[in-house]
Design a protein around this ligand. Structure first.
Ligand code: ARG
Ligand code: ZN
Ligand code: CA
Length: 233
């Protein structure tokens, strides 16, 4: 019943020099990454169209960008392209344990320039961050960019309502208190029906374990795109 929508993608490779360790990822890895994104959003009928790849050598940005910091602001202010309907992706170094971060659709009005996804370049398909090197970090971050929350309760909220809270505002993802580690079968909300969402892109499982968005998540993302990103579904 959903119609197909196509979302333009602007890809920025930020590097400290023209080597792989310096963040200079080859076009082949970027293509593979966009393919993974398209496969993962196929059931949502969302297509991602790579419009342009921009390569920039800037050591300060490559090494210094982190969520919400001044370097993040400076980089995005200079580079971001398009309106709220355009996905801007930046690959930078980050640290080995920090894979990526994203803004949500309803953040756009407050700070349009900040909108987009920042990715650890080692998470791209065939990157060095195994078992997080099959491109699922981008799928997960773009999940946030289209308005999805984690399937598990955020650490700060666990003591409050726990398994009985609002969760991710999606009906068909079983309540889950804690993120999945690896691909372990867990049931961290034992009193509620359903095991944890280890196969879900919005959990924290290994890339090879992640395979789906539920119909409820698809419905939510299409609504968020219509309301906040002017992308009619
Ligand atoms: N830590 C990141 C976030 O919360 C992404 C985790 C991605 N997981 C993965 N299996 N690639 O947005
Ligand atoms: Zn996340
Ligand atoms: Ca349960």
């Amino acid at each position: 019943k959903n119609s197909e929508v196509t979302i333009p993608v602007q890809f920025f490779v930020i590097a400290s020099n023209e080597t792989l360790e310096g963040g200079w990822v080859p076009d082949s890895q970027i293509m593979d990454q966009i393919d993974v994104l398209n496969e993962d959003f196929a059931n949502a009928m969302i297509k991602w169209d790579l419009v342009n790849t921009t390569r920039i050598i800037n050591e300060e940005w490559f090494e210094g960008v982190s969520a919400d910091n001044d370097v993040d602001k400076a980089m995005k202010t200079e580079l971001r392209v398009g309106k709220q309907d355009t996905l801007n992706i930046y690959t930078v170094e980050l640290t080995r344990r920090f894979f990526g971060y994203a803004t949500f659709p309803d953040d756009y009005d407050e700070d349009p320039k900040a909108d987009g996804v920042v990715l650890n370049y080692r998470t791209l398909p065939k990157g060095s961050l195994a078992p997080f090197n099959e491109g699922r970090t981008l799928t997960h971050e773009v999940g946030h960019w289209v308005g999805l929350f984690h399937t598990f309760v955020e650490e700060d909220d666990r003591d409050e309502d726990g398994c009985n809270g609002d969760g991710d505002f999606v009906d068909d993802t079983p309540p889950q208190l804690e993120p999945t580690d690896g691909c372990t079968v867990q049931d961290t909300c034992i009193d509620q029906a359903g095991e944890d969402n280890r196969a879900n892109f919005m959990d924290y499982s290994d890339d090879s374990c992640m395979q789906l968005f539920t119909p409820g998540q698809v419905e939510r993302m299409r609504e968020e795109l219509a309301v906040y990103r002017d992308i009619d579904a």
